[in-house]
Unconditional design. Structure first.
Length: 225
C-alpha cells in the first residue's frame, strides 16, 4: 500500500526547466540589441533578485517577471526598462519540461496517485504551461489565487485545507521556496535536488532524490525503499 494518496509539485524548476527557459529568453532578447550576456551571471542574478521582488507587495507574476528581468539586466550591464522587459513573461509558455518530467507524471497517474501543483505563477501562465504535460492535476494553487509567493505559507495552508485528511506529499527542487516552509508546517516533503545542493537551515528534507524518475519509482513502489 502506498504511503501517499496525493503528490503535489512545484512547477518551475521541478517539472519545467526554468533555468533553461530564463537563459534562452535573456540570450535572445539581448541578441536583438547586439549584446551577449554571460548565462551564469544571468541565472545567479535572477536567483537573488526574484525572491526580493516577490517579498514586496503582491503583484502579478507577469509584473514580477518584468521587474526581475529589468533588474537582472541592469546587474549584468544591460540597461533595460521594465516596459521593455516583457520578453520574459512572454517566453514562459515555451519553457519545456525536464526529460524525466512527463514519464514520471504518467507513471504516478497510472498508479492512481492524485497530482497537484503549488506554483508561484499567474493562472493564465500556468494554463499555458500545463499544455506540456500529459496528465491532469486534481489540485492547483497559484500565487494569483492566494495573493502570496512561496516561501510564504499561503500555498501550503490552502492545499492542506482543500486536501483534508488525504495522505499528502509535496515534491520540489527549491529548498528555499518549498522544502523550508513544508518543514516549518510539518508537511511531508521530498527534495528533488537536481543540482546536488547542500541543505541549509532547518536541515535535511524528509526524503531527497536527484531526479523525478527515481522519486516516482519510490512513490509507486510504496515509498518505503
Amino acid at each position: 500500500m502506498r504511503l501517499y494518496d496525493v503528490v503535489t509539485f512545484d512547477c518551475y524548476g521541478t517539472l519545467i526547466d526554468w533555468e533553461g527557459g530564463i537563459g534562452d529568453a535573456f540570450a535572445r532578447a539581448a541578441a536583438r540589441e547586439g549584446r551577449v550576456l554571460d548565462p551564469r551571471s544571468v541565472l545567479a542574478a535572477y536567483a537573488s533578485i526574484e525572491p526580493e521582488v516577490e517579498a514586496g507587495p503582491y503583484r502579478s507574476y507577469r509584473e514580477t517577471l518584468r521587474m526581475t528581468a529589468a533588474r537582472v539586466a541592469g546587474r549584468c550591464g544591460w540597461p533595460l526598462s521594465e516596459e521593455n522587459a516583457g520578453f520574459l513573461p512572454e517566453s514562459l509558455p515555451s519553457w519545456t519540461p525536464f526529460p524525466d518530467t512527463n514519464p514520471s507524471l504518467a507513471l504516478l497517474a497510472s498508479a492512481g496517485v492524485k497530482l497537484g501543483i503549488l506554483s508561484n505563477v499567474d493562472e493564465n501562465l500556468l494554463s499555458a504551461t500545463r499544455r506540456h504535460f500529459p496528465v491532469s492535476f486534481d489540485l492547483v494553487v497559484t500565487a494569483e489565487s492566494v495573493r502570496s509567493y512561496k516561501p510564504g505559507h499561503a500555498h501550503f495552508l490552502e492545499a492542506r485545507a482543500r486536501l483534508g485528511s488525504a495522505r499528502w506529499l509535496h515534491a520540489a527542487q527549491s529548498y528555499f521556496h518549498d522544502v523550508v516552509p513544508c518543514m516549518e508546517l510539518g508537511i511531508a516533503v521530498a527534495w528533488i535536488n537536481r543540482k546536488g545542493e547542500a541543505a541549509g537551515s532547518p536541515g535535511a528534507a524528509g526524503w531527497e532524490f536527484r531526479d523525478l524518475a527515481s522519486f516516482a519509482d519510490w512513490v509507486v513502489g510504496d515509498g518505503r525503499a
